[in-house]
Ligand binder design. Structure first.
Ligand SMILES: Cc1ncc(COP(=O)(O)O)c(C=O)c1O
Length: 444
């Protein structure tokens, strides 16, 4: 099947099964490498193309474009950013380090959006100096932009981030709460005073823990679109010429936050947008998207060795190398069991608890989950961990970062490429201040 063809749960599952088997056979994982993150490159490419083709037909021919960016926080890995960029998906960055990751991947400044709530003057100066798009969060940040734009000319376009659902009773975490008293008037005045403010960014929720219903996302976009129309009417010209829509979609069409292997429903989302906010697509507004989870989550899996199986209080507990610390928060996560050779585990299912390696109660990955009976040396795959998962784990108990590998399963077999090498204990020691061992005893 060509990589332009739409993906489906069956194709994704077949690729995954081949990859797990090959990872064991090729020593990507093993007794001494009991944990690895695997990324399905074919799946990522297809999903990136599905996103593009969901929006492309809706945009007026010859009109402003749709610029897609990937929310780097979801999977902050340079090769992943490069892979997406080759499919014309830029980067949405929220820190100096994320900006550096995007740069390292070769993402051009004009395809990068900076929109953290705590941008320092230095970060803003750097962004404006290189032409990175900037979305500001409040009056104080706008004042910084005023000053920096006086200081030097810039090619960056700038916008203001708005939380369309926030206001009385629901405070905004960042962005201007649109429901606050006087917010609309203040925003309109802020745009009137700054002809260079040309974008509104709709940010519907903070979603590290889960996806947002498409209806709620679209409702947020509708409110921000109406605000743009008001600003433009007041300005007597098309001052706001771009709307950033953010991310927020689930990784699968029908399983809430978890992927279902079939990919995110970008086409359904774009169609709902067009139906609810038709003016968005009539050629007056350029669009910017910033999806994270929906592009990557379903295409990553953690492969963890079952190290021990214990009987505890009448329950069966499999202790593996993957817990919540690395798999991320649990939201209907899918799991799969494989035998010691990486073949799908057969046999009757039974209820089992699954714990990870870190010593805290929250490390329980699943409780009473129905899987074929796990034994020592088997492999557990924790699916849907490609975003907000293994690429950014917490180093509780100083557990080191596992290696991450991309895979492509073709006619010639399964090939792996290292995305990030496994962190060694020596690297961990170096990162933990080894160069300053005597700092506290001798230097003070
Ligand atoms: C500004 C912004 N854009 C995009 C995203 C990505 O969201 P998701 O990964 O749910 O698509 C987030 C997530 O927090 C965000 O804060």
């Amino acid at each position: 099947m060509s990589e332009a063809a739409p993906d489906g749960p069956v194709e994704g599952e077949l690729r995954r099964e081949r990859a797990v088997r090959a990872a064991v056979a090729q020593g990507i994982v093993g007794e001494e490498r009991p944990l690895a993150g695997l990324l399905d490159v074919t799946g990522i490419r297809r999903t990136a193309r599905a996103l593009r083709s969901a929006f492309a037909p809706l945009v007026a021919t010859g009109g402003p474009s749709v610029r897609h960016t990937f929310a780097v926080r979801a999977t902050p890995l340079v090769p992943v950013l490069r892979l997406l960029y080759e499919d014309r998906i830029g980067a949405e960055v929220a820190s100096a380090a994320e900006l550096a990751l995007a740069r390292a991947a070769g993402v051009q400044p004009g395809d990068t959006v900076l929109d953290s709530p705590t941008k320092t003057v230095a970060e803003l100066r750097e962004a404006l100096g290189s032409g990175v798009l900037v979305d500001a969060d409040d009056a104080q940040e706008l004042a910084r932009l005023d000053a920096l734009r006086e200081e030097a000319a810039t090619t960056s376009t700038c916008g203001l981030r708005v939380d369309p659902h926030a206001g009385k009773g629901r405070p905004a975490v960042f962005g201007v709460p649109l429901g606050d008293e006087g917010a609309r008037e203040w925003i309109t005045a802020a745009f009137a005073a700054r002809p260079w403010l040309t974008r509104l960014h709709a940010h519907s929720e903070v979603r590290d823990g889960g996806a947002v219903a498409p209806e709620r996302l679209v409702e947020g976009v509708r409110k921000v679109y109406e605000l743009a129309e008001e600003i433009n009417a007041a300005a007597g010209r098309q001052q706001v010429d771009a709307l950033a829509l953010g991310g927020g979609l689930a990784a699968g069409a029908c399983e809430g936050d978890a992927g279902d292997g079939g990919g995110a429903d970008f086409a359904g989302y774009a169609a709902l947008l067009k139906e609810t906010v038709p003016g968005l697509f009539d050629g007056r507004y350029a669009l910017v998207t910033g999806f994270g989870r929906s592009l990557l989550a379903g295409h990553g899996l953690l492969l963890a060795r079952v190290e021990y199986v214990r009987a505890m209080g009448g329950r069966r507990l499999a202790v593996t190398h993957a817990g919540t610390r690395i798999a991320g928060p649990r939201h209907g996560r899918r799991l799969a069991a494989y035998d010691a050779q990486g073949r799908p585990k057969e046999g009757p299912v039974l209820a089992q608890d699954l714990a990870g390696p870190a010593q805290f109660d929250g490390e329980l990955l699943a409780s009473e989950v129905e899987l074929p009976e796990l034994e020592q040396g088997d492999w557990l795959a924790v699916l849907d961990t490609g975003a907000y998962g293994f690429a950014r784990h917490h180093a509780y108990d100083s557990l080191t970062r596992p290696g991450i590998h991309g895979f492509a399963a073709g006619a010639e077999g399964v090939r792996f490429a290292t995305v990030r090498g496994a962190q060694t204990p020596a690297e961990f020691v170096a990162e933990s201040g080894a160069a300053h061992t005597r700092a506290l005893t001798d230097d003070l």
